[in-house]
Design a protein. Structure first.
Length: 177
């Protein structure tokens, strides 16, 4: 007879499996991984927090297309994709704004990851996952492309490599790769 697992272990495993199933269903239910188009961002309701604890409305990003990449220091695919995002950011200059948001992560861990991966684009926190949830993200990493008016053009679940990110920008914004 094999030993039984403790109840908290079984409960935790069940919750994790359910979360993975929901995330997989959500990712596969969209043919192209795109989220809801034309989502208007509401300045008073949607904000992120700088690492200096300043609240910044997402609407302040209006005026230029923006790549919002949600990450966490414990997310291996996030860590893997960050240098590719940095390379595209460096190549495109100010044609596109890049924003990395650490979702429910310890600020010191997120900043360590930013240093380790060499990211120079703007990074901040989404401590309560409000921006993450509002923009339709369900897994880490998730990348959301906003147009210059702050409307959602595309939502990509999971890690992107440099080529996939360049293709996304070319397809949605006409920026040559």
């Amino acid at each position: 007879m094999s030993p039984r697992l403790p109840w908290p272990t079984v409960a935790c495993a069940t919750v994790l499996a359910l979360g993975a199933a929901i995330a997989t269903y959500s990712a596969l239910s969209d043919d192209d991984g795109a989220g809801p188009p034309e989502v208007e961002l509401v300045p008073d309701e949607l904000s992120f927090t700088t690492f200096d604890d300043e609240l910044v409305p997402v609407a302040s990003l209006d005026g230029t297309p923006t790549v919002v990449n949600f990450f966490a220091s414990t997310c291996v695919p996030c860590i893997t994709e960050m240098p590719a995002f940095e390379q595209v950011h460096a190549d495109l200059g100010d044609q596109v704004t890049f924003l990395g948001l650490a979702v429910q992560d310890r600020p010191e861990d997120a900043l360590d990851l930013v240093d380790q991966t060499g990211v120079t684009y703007r990074t901040a926190q989404d401590p309560d996952a409000s921006v993450f949830n509002a923009l339709g993200a369900v897994v880490l990493p998730t990348t959301v492309l906003l147009d210059a008016d702050g409307d959602v053009l595309a939502t990509k679940l999971g890690a992107l490599d440099e080529g996939e990110l360049r293709t996304l920008l070319a397809d949605e914004l006409g920026i040559p790769s």
